[in-house]
Design a protein around this ligand. Structure first.
Ligand code: SF4
Length: 118
């Protein structure tokens, strides 16, 4: 039996309201999207949802550094990825763009420094 899921497309500021009809991981239809990217977003959300991970990490001397994944990772792995990042203490010499974790949890995504937080 098909299920219906309502969601907001987050790909652009227009925020189209999507109605997705699906059975298990099989998407039957997407309505409400103004462009194909909305369709692709809805299919991905129903089959393998992903998110860009944005968080902070501590340096050895206790400073806080903002980091993010350089590509989206499966939503189901976000908690484990956060655990790994929270346990880190990175060098005080890290700079913007440095990789602090390569290929986190075999996702193919690197965790990179975006800035120091004052
Ligand atoms: S469906 Fe297209 S136009 Fe609508 S929010 Fe998504 S990306 Fe933007």
């Amino acid at each position: 039996m098909a299920n219906i899921r309502e969601m907001t497309c987050i790909i652009c500021p227009r925020g189209c309201q999507l109605t997705v009809e699906y059975e298990g991981k099989n998407v039957l239809s997407v309505k409400g999207n103004a462009c194909k990217r909305g369709n692709d977003y809805a299919v991905a959300e129903c089959t393998c949802p992903t998110r860009t991970l944005t968080t902070t990490v501590m340096t050895e001397s206790g400073e806080v550094v903002a980091v993010k994944s350089n590509k989206a990772i499966p939503k189901e792995l976000l908690f484990d990825a956060m655990k790994q990042i929270n346990a880190l203490r990175v060098s005080d010499s890290v700079r913007q763009g440095d990789v602090v974790v390569a290929n986190i949890l075999d996702t193919g995504a690197d965790i990179i420094v975006t800035s120091y937080i004052e």
